[in-house]
Ligand binder design. Structure first.
Ligand SMILES: *Cc1c(COP(=O)(O)O)cnc(C)c1O
Length: 510
């Protein structure tokens, strides 16, 4: 790699100092603004290409990529990465998302060539070690949940929900119960639950939450009818509370001939302590990327295996590993595949590494520490913040509402933005929907007491300042982030994903 082949020295590109300086600049230019399409970053000989050789597929127009040298391109991406907030740079108290530390041992194992370099189309006889790892992971998941089968392949929690609900539908179709078209969903549910049910053609019947944030077995019984296929219940629920009547709810659901789908994304609060199969659940997805560490969000792909009870096991999607062999087809009732190939191998390796390095007792300890950390935050903050469900300990996440901000001119959004200026990623805001102006804080087990104290000190200082009438600090926040407040609706609805020449743009996109 050298300077570009036009002899243009690096560093004199159009964006000038912004592109070449080493300082952290908030306005990192685009690759197209750093380089230009007239130059190339590498020395390539001119070649005459005979068009006929490409069978009519030869490019007819310029490729229009910015020509950059390797260091120019590398520095652009490193500078961008330094604008990111990440779990490796600070605490990430995002409730429901479980942003826990991903031990580096996981990464080391996932990069072993025998796992990292295999190809999904390689002969099965050459990937026996990978199959054994999948088998072992399946064994751990079934043991921790006391269930009969697991489908590893779903690529996210929501995908696992879909696989589990498809298994429920297949079982009901096979039993002549295909007329069941209603799914019960508590109003505190994660949005993916009603979305999954609706996506599969079910109609959703909402179950109200009790004043204490939990689901009432009587309300479930009142909603059950012969057209109900299943209930989708999250436990621990999205208010961070363990559902105390979960066993009674499971019994009532089964009595009505329906299945119990449990959203297990919060399994990290109870793993090794409670086995969901013992509570009567029939299907539950587990977010490997939350419960068993592994990076997610901007940090990598997820994996949402779904465990199934004995009643649903015959309807588990393929493929799965049985006695060391990959089962890709089963005669009879099976759903077939729900993904191409065999799922997220890298996530399987990371999750099993986490399990094996903790052991069964260590996983239970991690769950208990996550719960302890959340309760520590709740105890330190609850006098200054308002707690929607007072008087009960929380599980792995502490929930606050916005009534402590009443009259201050500061909203939950403003408060969260002010936290950015203090160096923390904001907590989850406005979720669960059943709580007004919700702030959901999940520290996870991996934060030290010192970090929790620093976070609580900042939260308390902010709360005091909001109550003291200093609304401006909040409404103008963030002031120390590379970007202030974005038009998130416009970003979601009208994303600008391709570069256009400035003269082709009707107006500059933010
Ligand atoms: C994260 C989460 C999901 C969805 O998981 P994805 O991997 O993001 O699809 C579902 N339910 C709950 C309670 C969650 O926290």
């Amino acid at each position: 790699m050298s300077m570009n082949n036009q002899g243009r020295p690096t560093g004199t590109c159009s964006a000038g100092a912004a592109a070449t300086g080493s300082s952290l600049l908030p306005n990192e230019p685009l690759l197209f603004e750093i380089g230009d399409t007239e130059h190339s970053g590498v020395d390539l000989p001119d070649v005459e290409i005979d068009g006929a050789f490409l069978g009519g597929f030869e490019r007819r127009s310029e490729i229009d990529l910015a020509g950059l040298t390797e260091p120019e391109a590398l520095r652009h991406y490193v500078r961008l990465s330094r604008l990111n907030y990440s779990i490796d740079s600070g605490m990430y108290p995002l409730g429901s998302c479980t942003m826990k530390h991903n031990p580096r041992l996981n990464e080391k194992m996932a990069r072993l060539p025998g796992f990292a370099d295999i190809h999904p189309l390689q002969p099965v006889s050459t990937v026996k070690g990978a199959l054994r790892l999948m088998d072992e992971l399946a064994h751990w998941l079934m043991t921790l949940t006391n269930t009969a089968a697991v489908c590893l392949t779903p690529k996210a929690g929501a995908h696992g929900e879909m696989a589990g609900m498809m298994a429920i539908r297949a079982a009901q179709d096979a039993a002549g119960q295909g007329h069941r078209k209603v799914v019960l969903v508590p109003e505190s549910a994660h949005g993916t639950n009603p979305a999954t049910a609706a996506f599969l053609g079910y109609s959703v019947r909402s179950i109200p939450a009790r004043d204490d944030g939990t689901v009432d077995v009587e309300a479930v019984k009142a909603a059950l009818s012969p057209d109900v296929a299943a209930i989708m219940l999250t436990n621990p629920n999205t208010c961070g509370l363990f559902e105390p009547e979960v066993i009674e709810i499971a019994a009532a659901v089964h009595e009505a001939g329906a299945f119990f789908y449990c959203d297990g994304a919060n399994f990290n609060a109870i793993m090794g302590v409670v086995r969901p199969g013992d509570l009567g659940i029939d299907a539950m997805h587990i977010n490997l990327h939350k419960t068993f560490s592994t990076p997610h969000g901007g940090g990598g792909p997820g994996a949402g295996p779904v465990v199934l009870s004995a009643a649903l096991a015959p309807f588990a999607p393929v493929p799965f590993v049985r006695k060391g062999e990959l089962v890709e087809h089963v005669e009879g009732q099976h759903l077939g595949r729900i993904t191409a190939f065999n799922g997220q191998m890298g996530m399987y390796v990371r999750a099993l590494t986490y399990m094996l390095s903790h052991g069964g007792d260590g996983l239970a300890q991690a769950a208990k520490d996550a719960v302890l950390n959340a309760n520590y935050i709740k105890a330190r903050l609850e006098r200054a913040f308002s707690v929607p469900f007072p008087g009960q300990p929380c599980m792995h996440e502490a929930l606050f509402d916005d009534s402590f901000l009443a009259g201050s001119g500061v909203s939950t959004l403003d408060f969260a933005k002010a936290l950015i200026d203090e160096g923390f990623h904001p907590m989850t805001m406005y979720f669960p929907l059943v709580v007004h102006g919700a702030m959901l804080v999940e520290p996870t087990e991996s934060e030290s007491k010192q970090t929790l104290d620093r976070f609580c000190d900042v939260m308390l200082e902010l709360a005091a300042d909001a109550k003291a009438g200093n609304a401006g600090r909040f409404t103008s926040a963030p002031t120390r982030a590379p970007r202030r407040r974005l038009d998130e609706t416009r970003a979601a609805r009208l994303p600008v994903l391709t570069w256009s020449r400035p003269e082709e743009l009707p107006q500059a996109a933010e």
